[in-house]
Design a protein around this ligand. Structure first.
Ligand SMILES: *Cc1c(COP(=O)(O)O)cnc(C)c1O
Length: 402
């Protein structure tokens, strides 16, 4: 459905397709030049908007999923079982088996999954099962201060330092028709630095050497930066990763898998909101907007936002400078305050605040709190196409009885 920007009812998200294409192309080019033999698995959890999922699918990306629901969505969107990368601690047994039987990628995360695989392999003695294993290792030691888990351990995969990784490998190697052909090393970091990915690549080499692994793929996971001023971009990461990997792997045998999420979609996405009211209470100016902190910072961790303002042209009166305006959301929660606008022209109803870089972990984490999901548009030059309608009670009540 086409629409012009003028008449669009806020709030809504906009995905700029040429910008998305730019980042996808940059990723592909960097992987091709650095390693050649690569596979992109798009991280569903970061943003599984159907339009986005289908966009990356058309370009050959696999679905990187971390639950049976995400797996089912991938199937619903047309991915075959062998176009799935199945990760995380919460897989479903049926989907786990389906992906393995079809030759898709499963990265084992727990002893329970090894038990499932043992049963499956036993039930299909004529079939060879190729699996990946997720390594849990002390990345913090390699990159002090940079990881999300810090000094305490991460929660995912088999721990190298405690010997769990070796133990898991030993069990898997005892299964005659199972072969460990992949290594998964996703780790979340605060810094998303090039150094993080150099260390992950070094760990891949260390594990390969120590355990004499014969790997069809090394999966670095996600966690890259993209579209952030002064931060690394894809072409900064992959030459460094390739330099490390080349010390013990060859692109002829070993595929590089990446699982980008936020780095692909952050920059191309904006969230457009309007001021609907202002009020002064005990010397504080509150600016009430129809966008909420829950829309763009649902985990309540951001301390600042990138934004710009479109001042309404309905009012030509001069705007006084206000010392402090607290930009707030529409919800009835006091914490729903987005930022303080200091020493700036007075905002009035009809002004639009447009938040930038909001593609990752926003739509997928939006709650159905007070207002339902906002509309999403895709912009291509002057053309705006609605790719998700604003939710109404009809969507909200689906599947319910009363
Ligand atoms: C979250 C996650 C990703 C994507 O992370 P981004 O930070 O969005 O790039 C990729 N792989 C796995 C296993 C993940 O858990």
């Amino acid at each position: 459905m086409a629409a012009s920007t003028e008449q669009l009812q806020t709030p809504y998200f906009v995905i700029d397709e040429p910008v998305l294409q730019h980042y996808y192309d940059m990723l592909v080019k960097s992987l091709s030049e650095s390693w050649g033999n690569y596979l992109i698995g798009y991280s569903f959890k970061t943003n599984s908007l159907p339009w986005l999922v289908s966009y990356v699918k058309r370009r050959g990306a696999y679905a990187e999923v971390v639950s049976e629901d995400e797996y089912s969505l991938a199937k619903y969107m047309g991915f075959q079982d062998d176009e799935i990368i199945y990760n995380g601690p919460y897989k479903g047994l049926k989907s786990f088996e389906d992906v393995l039987l079809a030759g898709g990628i499963v990265n084992l995360d727990s002893m329970q999954e090894i038990d499932w695989l043992t049963d499956l392999a036993g039930a299909h003695p004529d079939k060879i099962f190729e699996v990946g294993i997720r390594a849990n290792f002390n990345l913090e030691k390699m990159c002090p201060g940079e990881t999300t888990m810090g000094e305490v351990s991460g929660r995912f995969g088999f721990c190298y330092e405690t010997g769990k990784f070796a133990e898991a490998l030993k069990i898997l190697r005892s299964l005659s028709n199972v072969s460990v052909t992949g290594l998964h090393l996703h780790s979340s970091s605060k810094s998303r630095s090039v150094n993080i990915f150099r260390s992950i690549a070094q760990m891949a080499c260390q594990l390969k050497t120590e355990f004499n692994l014969n790997l069809n793929y090394v999966d670095l996971g996600g966690g890259y930066c993209g579209g952030m001023e002064g931060r690394p971009e894809y072409p900064d990461y992959f030459p460094v990763v390739a330099e490390e990997l080349r010390k013990c792997f060859s692109p002829n045998q070993t595929r590089l898998i990446v699982e980008p999420g936020i780095s692909l979609i952050s920059k191309c996405t904006t969230f457009v909101t309007s001021v609907f009211d202002t009020r002064d209470i005990k010397g504080t100016r509150y600016v009430m907007t129809d966008g909420s902190r829950f829309n763009i910072d649902p985990t309540m961790i951001k301390s600042s936002h990138l934004f710009h303002i479109d001042y309404t042209t309905n009012c030509s009166a001069p705007r006084p400078v206000i010392i402090q305006q607290i930009i707030s959301g529409f919800t009835c929660m006091e914490v729903d305050r987005l930022f303080t606008y200091a020493d700036q022209p007075e905002l009035i109803p009809g002004d639009r605040i447009i938040y930038e870089n909001v593609g990752g972990y926003t739509m997928s984490l939006n709650p159905l709190f007070i207002q339902y999901f906002p509309a999403v548009y895709v912009r291509n030059g002057d053309n705006m196409r609605m790719v998700r309608k604003k939710w109404t009670p009809a969507e909200y009540v689906q599947g319910s009885e009363w």
